[in-house]
Design a protein around this ligand. Structure first.
Ligand code: FES
Length: 367
Protein backbone atom coordinates (compact mmCIF):
# COMPACT_ATOMS: atom_id res chain seq x y z
CA UNK A 1 0.00 0.00 0.00
CA UNK A 2 1.35 3.42 -0.89
CA UNK A 3 2.42 5.76 1.86
CA UNK A 4 0.75 8.60 0.09
CA UNK A 5 -2.42 9.64 1.81
CA UNK A 6 -5.03 8.76 -0.80
CA UNK A 7 -7.84 10.79 0.67
CA UNK A 8 -5.93 14.01 0.70
CA UNK A 9 -3.78 13.39 -2.31
CA UNK A 10 -0.95 14.80 -0.21
CA UNK A 11 2.45 13.76 -1.51
CA UNK A 12 3.83 13.80 2.05
CA UNK A 13 3.84 10.37 3.68
CA UNK A 14 1.86 10.33 6.96
CA UNK A 15 2.59 7.87 9.68
CA UNK A 16 -0.92 8.13 11.09
CA UNK A 17 -3.69 9.68 9.04
CA UNK A 18 -6.71 11.29 10.66
CA UNK A 19 -10.15 10.81 9.20
CA UNK A 20 -13.14 12.98 9.95
CA UNK A 21 -16.37 11.09 10.18
CA UNK A 22 -19.84 12.57 10.12
CA UNK A 23 -21.51 15.12 7.89
CA UNK A 24 -18.96 17.29 6.09
CA UNK A 25 -19.35 20.94 6.90
CA UNK A 26 -19.94 23.50 4.14
CA UNK A 27 -16.32 24.57 4.50
CA UNK A 28 -14.43 25.73 1.43
CA UNK A 29 -11.48 23.60 2.47
CA UNK A 30 -11.47 20.54 0.16
CA UNK A 31 -9.42 18.13 2.23
CA UNK A 32 -11.22 16.00 4.78
CA UNK A 33 -8.02 15.37 6.68
CA UNK A 34 -6.94 17.68 9.41
CA UNK A 35 -3.34 18.34 8.61
CA UNK A 36 -2.28 19.12 12.14
CA UNK A 37 -3.76 19.78 15.50
CA UNK A 38 -3.70 23.52 14.96
CA UNK A 39 -5.74 23.42 11.76
CA UNK A 40 -8.85 25.61 11.91
CA UNK A 41 -12.16 23.77 12.24
CA UNK A 42 -14.47 23.94 9.20
CA UNK A 43 -16.79 26.90 9.08
CA UNK A 44 -19.82 26.43 11.30
CA UNK A 45 -18.30 23.47 13.13
CA UNK A 46 -19.04 23.47 16.81
CA UNK A 47 -21.15 26.58 16.54
CA UNK A 48 -23.74 26.73 19.28
CA UNK A 49 -27.28 27.45 18.12
CA UNK A 50 -28.95 30.53 19.38
CA UNK A 51 -31.29 29.28 22.17
CA UNK A 52 -34.31 30.97 20.59
CA UNK A 53 -33.72 29.20 17.29
CA UNK A 54 -33.11 25.93 19.11
CA UNK A 55 -36.43 26.27 20.91
CA UNK A 56 -38.22 26.90 17.61
CA UNK A 57 -36.57 23.84 16.04
CA UNK A 58 -37.45 21.82 19.09
CA UNK A 59 -41.11 22.75 18.79
CA UNK A 60 -41.18 21.84 15.09
CA UNK A 61 -39.61 18.45 15.81
CA UNK A 62 -42.02 17.83 18.67
CA UNK A 63 -44.98 18.73 16.41
CA UNK A 64 -43.76 16.24 13.81
CA UNK A 65 -43.43 13.52 16.43
CA UNK A 66 -46.94 14.23 17.65
CA UNK A 67 -48.16 14.06 14.03
CA UNK A 68 -46.42 10.68 13.69
CA UNK A 69 -48.21 9.56 16.84
CA UNK A 70 -51.62 10.56 15.53
CA UNK A 71 -50.96 8.98 12.13
CA UNK A 72 -50.03 5.70 13.84
CA UNK A 73 -53.08 5.97 16.04
CA UNK A 74 -55.21 6.64 12.95
CA UNK A 75 -53.70 3.54 11.34
CA UNK A 76 -54.75 1.37 14.25
CA UNK A 77 -58.19 2.91 14.62
CA UNK A 78 -58.88 2.58 10.89
CA UNK A 79 -57.60 -1.00 10.88
CA UNK A 80 -59.80 -2.09 13.78
CA UNK A 81 -62.82 -0.07 12.56
CA UNK A 82 -62.49 -1.22 8.97
CA UNK A 83 -62.14 -4.89 9.91
CA UNK A 84 -65.08 -4.59 12.26
CA UNK A 85 -67.24 -2.98 9.56
CA UNK A 86 -66.42 -5.46 6.83
CA UNK A 87 -65.76 -8.59 8.88
CA UNK A 88 -62.50 -9.51 7.16
CA UNK A 89 -60.47 -9.15 3.96
CA UNK A 90 -63.07 -9.63 1.26
CA UNK A 91 -63.50 -7.87 -2.03
CA UNK A 92 -61.04 -6.12 -4.28
CA UNK A 93 -62.55 -2.65 -3.81
CA UNK A 94 -62.55 -2.89 -0.01
CA UNK A 95 -59.02 -4.22 0.03
CA UNK A 96 -57.89 -1.37 -2.24
CA UNK A 97 -59.56 1.23 -0.05
CA UNK A 98 -58.04 -0.29 3.07
CA UNK A 99 -54.57 -0.45 1.50
CA UNK A 100 -54.80 3.21 0.52
CA UNK A 101 -55.74 4.40 4.01
CA UNK A 102 -53.48 2.05 5.93
CA UNK A 103 -50.53 2.67 3.63
CA UNK A 104 -51.12 6.44 3.62
CA UNK A 105 -51.34 6.67 7.40
CA UNK A 106 -48.30 4.51 7.96
CA UNK A 107 -46.33 6.48 5.35
CA UNK A 108 -47.34 9.72 7.07
CA UNK A 109 -46.21 8.35 10.44
CA UNK A 110 -42.81 7.31 9.09
CA UNK A 111 -42.43 10.52 7.10
CA UNK A 112 -43.18 12.72 10.11
CA UNK A 113 -40.76 10.68 12.24
CA UNK A 114 -38.07 10.86 9.56
CA UNK A 115 -38.43 14.61 8.97
CA UNK A 116 -38.48 15.23 12.73
CA UNK A 117 -35.32 13.23 13.30
CA UNK A 118 -33.61 14.96 10.34
CA UNK A 119 -34.42 18.43 11.67
CA UNK A 120 -33.27 17.36 15.11
CA UNK A 121 -29.95 16.16 13.74
CA UNK A 122 -29.40 19.11 11.40
CA UNK A 123 -30.55 21.90 13.68
CA UNK A 124 -30.10 20.76 17.25
CA UNK A 125 -27.15 18.40 17.33
CA UNK A 126 -23.60 19.66 17.41
CA UNK A 127 -21.68 20.09 14.16
CA UNK A 128 -18.32 19.65 15.82
CA UNK A 129 -15.96 17.57 13.68
CA UNK A 130 -15.27 14.15 15.11
CA UNK A 131 -11.82 12.82 14.46
CA UNK A 132 -11.03 9.16 14.35
CA UNK A 133 -7.36 8.45 14.72
CA UNK A 134 -5.97 5.63 12.62
CA UNK A 135 -3.49 4.06 14.94
CA UNK A 136 -3.12 0.37 15.70
CA UNK A 137 -6.35 -1.45 16.37
CA UNK A 138 -6.06 -2.09 20.09
CA UNK A 139 -6.93 0.99 22.06
CA UNK A 140 -4.95 2.16 25.04
CA UNK A 141 -6.74 2.76 28.36
CA UNK A 142 -6.41 6.47 27.68
CA UNK A 143 -8.06 6.10 24.27
CA UNK A 144 -10.87 4.12 25.79
CA UNK A 145 -11.54 6.65 28.45
CA UNK A 146 -11.34 9.44 25.83
CA UNK A 147 -13.83 7.51 23.72
CA UNK A 148 -16.19 7.10 26.66
CA UNK A 149 -15.93 10.82 27.31
CA UNK A 150 -16.68 11.56 23.64
CA UNK A 151 -19.73 9.31 23.71
CA UNK A 152 -21.06 10.97 26.82
CA UNK A 153 -20.40 14.39 25.35
CA UNK A 154 -22.12 13.33 22.13
CA UNK A 155 -25.14 12.15 24.12
CA UNK A 156 -25.23 15.53 25.84
CA UNK A 157 -24.93 17.37 22.53
CA UNK A 158 -27.55 15.25 20.81
CA UNK A 159 -30.40 17.04 22.50
CA UNK A 160 -31.57 13.98 24.42
CA UNK A 161 -31.43 16.06 27.53
CA UNK A 162 -34.39 18.01 26.17
CA UNK A 163 -37.31 16.32 27.88
CA UNK A 164 -39.94 17.52 25.40
CA UNK A 165 -38.09 15.91 22.47
CA UNK A 166 -37.34 12.76 24.42
CA UNK A 167 -40.92 12.28 25.50
CA UNK A 168 -42.53 13.06 22.16
CA UNK A 169 -40.06 10.75 20.39
CA UNK A 170 -41.05 7.93 22.72
CA UNK A 171 -44.70 8.81 22.18
CA UNK A 172 -44.27 8.62 18.39
CA UNK A 173 -42.27 5.40 18.48
CA UNK A 174 -44.56 3.46 20.81
CA UNK A 175 -47.49 2.91 18.40
CA UNK A 176 -45.13 2.23 15.49
CA UNK A 177 -43.64 -0.61 17.50
CA UNK A 178 -47.12 -2.07 17.97
CA UNK A 179 -48.15 -1.70 14.31
CA UNK A 180 -46.69 -5.07 13.19
CA UNK A 181 -48.91 -6.81 15.74
CA UNK A 182 -51.94 -5.24 14.11
CA UNK A 183 -50.72 -6.33 10.68
CA UNK A 184 -50.89 -9.93 11.87
CA UNK A 185 -54.65 -9.55 11.62
CA UNK A 186 -54.22 -9.30 7.84
CA UNK A 187 -53.49 -13.00 7.88
CA UNK A 188 -57.24 -13.35 8.33
CA UNK A 189 -59.21 -15.48 10.75
CA UNK A 190 -57.80 -18.79 11.98
CA UNK A 191 -58.70 -21.63 9.62
CA UNK A 192 -59.97 -23.81 12.50
CA UNK A 193 -61.25 -27.05 10.89
CA UNK A 194 -61.94 -25.58 7.45
CA UNK A 195 -58.78 -27.02 5.91
CA UNK A 196 -59.60 -30.52 7.06
CA UNK A 197 -62.61 -30.91 4.78
CA UNK A 198 -63.64 -29.88 1.28
CA UNK A 199 -66.87 -28.89 -0.41
CA UNK A 200 -67.40 -32.52 -1.41
CA UNK A 201 -68.64 -33.29 2.14
CA UNK A 202 -71.20 -30.48 2.08
CA UNK A 203 -72.32 -31.32 -1.45
CA UNK A 204 -72.85 -34.97 -0.45
CA UNK A 205 -74.89 -33.90 2.60
CA UNK A 206 -77.06 -31.65 0.41
CA UNK A 207 -77.60 -34.43 -2.13
CA UNK A 208 -78.49 -36.89 0.62
CA UNK A 209 -80.97 -34.38 2.06
CA UNK A 210 -82.70 -34.57 -1.34
CA UNK A 211 -82.91 -38.37 -1.14
CA UNK A 212 -79.87 -39.18 -3.32
CA UNK A 213 -76.88 -41.31 -2.28
CA UNK A 214 -74.29 -38.75 -3.20
CA UNK A 215 -73.34 -35.79 -5.35
CA UNK A 216 -72.71 -36.11 -9.06
CA UNK A 217 -69.37 -35.21 -10.59
CA UNK A 218 -69.11 -32.53 -13.28
CA UNK A 219 -66.19 -31.99 -15.61
CA UNK A 220 -64.27 -28.86 -14.59
CA UNK A 221 -65.47 -25.94 -16.72
CA UNK A 222 -68.83 -27.49 -17.59
CA UNK A 223 -72.15 -28.04 -15.84
CA UNK A 224 -72.61 -31.50 -17.29
CA UNK A 225 -72.88 -34.38 -14.81
CA UNK A 226 -70.67 -37.27 -15.80
CA UNK A 227 -72.13 -40.66 -16.65
CA UNK A 228 -70.16 -43.86 -16.23
CA UNK A 229 -70.60 -44.45 -19.96
CA UNK A 230 -69.02 -41.06 -20.72
CA UNK A 231 -65.82 -42.18 -19.08
CA UNK A 232 -65.43 -45.72 -20.30
CA UNK A 233 -62.03 -45.54 -22.03
CA UNK A 234 -59.28 -47.01 -19.82
CA UNK A 235 -56.30 -44.74 -19.44
CA UNK A 236 -58.21 -41.47 -19.51
CA UNK A 237 -57.95 -38.74 -16.91
CA UNK A 238 -60.06 -35.61 -16.37
CA UNK A 239 -60.51 -32.99 -13.67
CA UNK A 240 -63.85 -32.95 -11.87
CA UNK A 241 -65.74 -30.96 -9.24
CA UNK A 242 -68.98 -31.48 -7.30
CA UNK A 243 -72.18 -30.64 -9.21
CA UNK A 244 -73.86 -27.31 -8.34
CA UNK A 245 -70.82 -25.87 -6.60
CA UNK A 246 -70.76 -22.55 -8.45
CA UNK A 247 -74.45 -21.94 -7.70
CA UNK A 248 -74.35 -22.96 -4.04
CA UNK A 249 -71.10 -21.43 -2.84
CA UNK A 250 -71.03 -17.66 -2.13
CA UNK A 251 -69.25 -15.79 -4.91
CA UNK A 252 -66.23 -14.72 -2.82
CA UNK A 253 -65.63 -18.30 -1.63
CA UNK A 254 -66.08 -20.20 -4.84
CA UNK A 255 -62.46 -20.08 -5.99
CA UNK A 256 -61.21 -21.21 -2.58
CA UNK A 257 -63.66 -24.08 -2.50
CA UNK A 258 -62.83 -25.08 -6.07
CA UNK A 259 -59.11 -25.04 -5.30
CA UNK A 260 -59.64 -27.41 -2.40
CA UNK A 261 -62.16 -29.72 -4.08
CA UNK A 262 -60.42 -30.17 -7.40
CA UNK A 263 -60.20 -33.88 -8.12
CA UNK A 264 -58.77 -36.09 -10.84
CA UNK A 265 -60.84 -38.90 -12.21
CA UNK A 266 -58.89 -41.74 -13.79
CA UNK A 267 -60.03 -44.86 -15.55
CA UNK A 268 -57.47 -47.46 -14.54
CA UNK A 269 -57.75 -50.84 -16.33
CA UNK A 270 -59.76 -52.97 -13.92
CA UNK A 271 -57.30 -55.91 -14.10
CA UNK A 272 -54.44 -53.67 -12.90
CA UNK A 273 -56.34 -51.87 -10.18
CA UNK A 274 -55.51 -52.82 -6.57
CA UNK A 275 -58.08 -51.26 -4.24
CA UNK A 276 -56.79 -50.42 -0.77
CA UNK A 277 -58.14 -52.58 2.07
CA UNK A 278 -61.48 -51.19 3.23
CA UNK A 279 -61.89 -49.23 0.00
CA UNK A 280 -62.88 -52.09 -2.28
CA UNK A 281 -66.14 -50.36 -3.24
CA UNK A 282 -64.72 -46.84 -3.69
CA UNK A 283 -64.24 -47.28 -7.44
CA UNK A 284 -66.47 -48.13 -10.38
CA UNK A 285 -64.77 -50.85 -12.41
CA UNK A 286 -61.41 -49.09 -12.13
CA UNK A 287 -62.77 -45.53 -12.30
CA UNK A 288 -61.13 -43.92 -9.31
CA UNK A 289 -60.88 -40.36 -7.98
CA UNK A 290 -57.98 -38.72 -6.13
CA UNK A 291 -57.36 -35.21 -4.87
CA UNK A 292 -55.45 -33.18 -7.45
CA UNK A 293 -53.54 -31.28 -4.74
CA UNK A 294 -50.06 -32.72 -4.34
CA UNK A 295 -49.32 -33.89 -0.79
CA UNK A 296 -45.84 -32.40 -0.97
CA UNK A 297 -46.46 -28.64 -1.02
CA UNK A 298 -49.76 -28.39 -2.85
CA UNK A 299 -49.09 -28.00 -6.59
CA UNK A 300 -51.67 -29.53 -8.90
CA UNK A 301 -50.64 -33.11 -9.65
CA UNK A 302 -51.93 -32.74 -13.17
CA UNK A 303 -49.89 -35.10 -15.36
CA UNK A 304 -50.87 -38.68 -16.01
CA UNK A 305 -48.79 -41.36 -17.70
CA UNK A 306 -51.18 -43.71 -19.46
CA UNK A 307 -48.71 -46.58 -19.79
CA UNK A 308 -47.52 -46.72 -16.20
CA UNK A 309 -50.68 -45.19 -14.64
CA UNK A 310 -48.51 -42.81 -12.71
CA UNK A 311 -49.75 -39.39 -11.63
CA UNK A 312 -46.94 -36.83 -11.75
CA UNK A 313 -46.61 -33.54 -9.97
CA UNK A 314 -44.60 -31.16 -12.16
CA UNK A 315 -43.29 -29.06 -9.28
CA UNK A 316 -40.84 -31.51 -7.67
CA UNK A 317 -41.59 -34.70 -9.58
CA UNK A 318 -43.53 -36.57 -6.90
CA UNK A 319 -45.06 -39.60 -8.58
CA UNK A 320 -48.15 -41.47 -7.36
CA UNK A 321 -49.39 -44.88 -8.49
CA UNK A 322 -53.02 -44.57 -9.63
CA UNK A 323 -53.45 -48.35 -9.59
CA UNK A 324 -52.38 -48.64 -5.96
CA UNK A 325 -54.31 -46.06 -3.90
CA UNK A 326 -52.11 -43.23 -5.28
CA UNK A 327 -49.17 -44.33 -3.13
CA UNK A 328 -45.95 -42.36 -3.58
CA UNK A 329 -43.50 -44.19 -5.85
CA UNK A 330 -41.01 -41.35 -6.31
CA UNK A 331 -40.27 -37.84 -5.11
CA UNK A 332 -40.57 -35.80 -1.94
CA UNK A 333 -44.30 -36.26 -1.19
CA UNK A 334 -44.76 -38.17 2.06
CA UNK A 335 -48.22 -39.63 1.66
CA UNK A 336 -50.63 -40.80 -1.04
CA UNK A 337 -53.12 -38.49 -2.73
CA UNK A 338 -56.38 -38.72 -0.73
CA UNK A 339 -59.00 -40.85 -2.45
CA UNK A 340 -62.64 -39.80 -2.97
CA UNK A 341 -65.19 -42.61 -2.47
CA UNK A 342 -67.16 -43.15 -5.71
CA UNK A 343 -70.30 -45.09 -6.59
CA UNK A 344 -72.78 -45.26 -9.46
CA UNK A 345 -76.33 -43.93 -9.24
CA UNK A 346 -78.78 -43.85 -12.17
CA UNK A 347 -75.83 -44.28 -14.53
CA UNK A 348 -74.01 -41.23 -13.10
CA UNK A 349 -70.73 -41.23 -11.23
CA UNK A 350 -71.30 -39.92 -7.71
CA UNK A 351 -69.16 -39.19 -4.66
CA UNK A 352 -70.62 -40.71 -1.49
CA UNK A 353 -68.51 -38.80 1.05
CA UNK A 354 -65.73 -36.22 1.41
CA UNK A 355 -62.06 -37.22 1.24
CA UNK A 356 -61.34 -39.27 4.37
CA UNK A 357 -58.26 -37.19 5.26
CA UNK A 358 -57.17 -33.59 4.72
CA UNK A 359 -56.10 -32.82 1.19
CA UNK A 360 -52.86 -31.05 0.37
CA UNK A 361 -49.46 -30.88 2.05
CA UNK A 362 -48.71 -33.47 4.68
CA UNK A 363 -48.52 -30.81 7.36
CA UNK A 364 -52.21 -31.27 7.97
CA UNK A 365 -51.78 -34.90 8.97
CA UNK A 366 -49.54 -33.83 11.79
CA UNK A 367 -51.69 -30.84 12.82
S1 FES B 1 -45.61 -29.96 -4.83
FE1 FES B 1 -45.74 -31.80 -5.82
S2 FES B 1 -43.81 -32.62 -5.76
FE2 FES B 1 -43.63 -30.77 -4.68
Amino acid sequence: MSDENETTGSPEPREHGDRIIGTPSPATQRNLIVEDDEAPAPAGAGAELDEGEAKRAERVVAALFVLAFFASLGFMVYFVGWSGRHGGMHGLERTRESNMWLGGLMALAFLAMGVGVTIWVRRLMTSKPIIQERHEFSATPDDRSAFATDVLEGAQDSGLKRPLLRRTLLLAAAPLGLAPLFLLRDLGPLPEKKLRSTYWGEAVRKAQAQGRRGVRLVVDGTDRALRVSDFAAPGSMITVLPEGMEKDVPHEDVLTQMAKSVTILINVPADQFKPAPGRENWHIGGIVAYSKICTHVGCPAALYEQTTHHILCPCHQSTFDATDAAKVVFGPAARPLPQLPLAEEDGYIIATADFPEPIGPSFWERG
